[in-house]
Design a protein around this ligand. Structure first.
Ligand SMILES: Nc1ncnc2c1ncn2[C@@H]1O[C@H](COP(=O)(O)OP(=O)(O)OP(=O)(O)O)[C@@H](O)[C@H]1O
Length: 303
């Protein structure tokens, strides 16, 4: 594989990500992201990256970042399609473009779509957060990345894995048994973050509270303030769904399939609109969203 690394983009817990150029067998130049395991990283990291490769080979979906392959050159390197808009986390930090609520809802639908696919493959992500959601196509397309934590959930899950603030209470309890519903919890927190444009539990972090103390509070029911979300006042149903997603009891959380059905039906109402019209029509659309959803709720979609 002919790859030239151009510049460093950033780093994660077990490696560095570079922007690179991949010259394909047909001599085409493709911009890629190359994730390399750092020298001096331990055996666990190598196990994780090998696990990520195995997981990625199985996963092909429009809302999951495309994996082109891997090579070893001193270190193991993974090649992915390149996201020129960065992550959802980067967007929320810099906000260099204006994104309407409708476009944000579309992001959350795409995220749920990718997660539903993952769950249909009987796998659980375990580290869903804004850093692991990449944006493409002028901020319109969202794809899930970072599959080092992905695992089949046919077996009993007990590993303590994830990110403080996004981790479901059951992941950190004594027996630590959890299912794919831990991703639904993280999805709820991520949804809130996108609309509140704040980092979850940031006020506690700013008070220098220990991360484990923050997680302890979450395990005892602490949640972000739902009213921090900048969403049309009438969109109580959207808020109700988020609250269901981060319910203490995993069984009360909706499946990703239900979330896709809910948001998908709503979004069909306003996707045909021009994006230029959205600023004016957004509130009206969201009210329509609630009406339609309320009707659906009475019927098949019972959250
Ligand atoms: N395909 C990609 N295209 C462009 N940037 C990427 C791509 N994949 C990752 N990045 C960026 O590289 C940086 C590091 O990503 P990485 O997935 O290694 O770590 P992380 O998710 O930030 O942290 P951790 O793995 O510890 O949870 C992030 O800024 C991320 O947005």
């Amino acid at each position: 594989m002919e790859i030239t690394l151009i510049k460093r983009i950033g780093s994660g817990s077990y490696g560095v990500v570079y922007e690179g150029i991949w010259i394909t067998n047909t001599r085409k130049c493709v911009k890629v992201a190359v994730k390399c395991l750092e020298k001096g990283n331990n055996k666990d990291s190598e196990t994780n990256i090998l696990r990520e490769i195995r997981n990625l080979q199985e996963l092909k979906h429009e809302n999951i970042v495309t994996f082109h392959g891997a090579y070893r050159q001193k270190n193991i390197c993974l090649i992915f399609e390149y996201s020129d808009c960065g992550s959802l986390y980067d967007y929320l930090q810099k906000k260099i473009v204006r994104v309407s609520n409708i476009e944000k809802l579309h992001w959350m639908l795409q995220c749920a779509n990718g997660m539903e696919y993952l769950h249909s493959k009987k796998t659980v992500h375990r580290d869903l957060k804004t850093q692991n959601l990449l944006l493409f196509n002028n901020y319109r397309t969202l794809k899930i990345c970072d599959f080092g934590t992905v695992k089949q959930y046919a077996t009993e899950n007990t590993e303590l894995i994830g990110t403080i603030g996004y981790m479901a209470p059951e992941v950190c309890t004594a027996d630590g048994k959890y299912t794919e519903k831990c991703d639904v919890f993280s999805y709820g927190i991520t949804f809130w973050e996108v609309f509140a444009e704040k980092k979850p539990f940031d006020e506690l972090k700013k008070k220098n509270m220990h991360p484990l103390a923050i997680q302890y509070k979450i395990s005892n029911g602490a949640r972000p303030d739902i009213n921090d979300m900048h969403i049309c006042k009438d969109s109580d149903l959207i808020k109700a769904i988020i609250e269901k997603c981060w319910d203490q009891d995993p069984d009360n959380r909706p499946t990703m399939k239900r979330i896709v059905a809910f948001l998908g039906i709503d979004l069909r109402l306003y996707i045909p609109l021009n994006f230029e019209d959205i600023e004016i029509t957004e509130c009206v659309s969201l009210r329509m969203v609630d009406m339609v959803s309320a009707v659906m709720k009475i019927g098949e979609l019972d959250f």
